[in-house]
Design a protein around this ligand. Sequence first.
Ligand SMILES: [Zn+2]
Length: 117
Amino acid sequence: MDAYSGSVHCMTCGYDLAGSALRGDCPECGSAYNVESGEGVVSADTLAQTRGDRVLMWLKVGVLGGLGMTAIAVGAIAAVNAADWTRPMTVGGGVGGALLAMAAMVWLIDVLERRQR
Ligand SMILES: [Zn+2]
């Protein structure tokens, strides 16, 4: 396998290692890499995919987190105007809390998946 023919990037920071030695430390972040064995390096395709996955993950966390905060805020605002304030607070807090928990789960799963690699 001719690892150095294509574009090779540092696995840690994504630095383009084209023109660098076949093995050594990344000039950008100092992580050890070895182009021949594939340690510490990723192809440009893999890097783009990884970045896409991360954008999608943060998008999910952002949407779920935003909806959760909105639900809690709506519940709190409704509670101010309601005769019985406990009901909108409970519903808003429950729905918002569930959405925030889902956002936390998405983030946690992403952290655990990256730790396995
Ligand atoms: Zn690096």
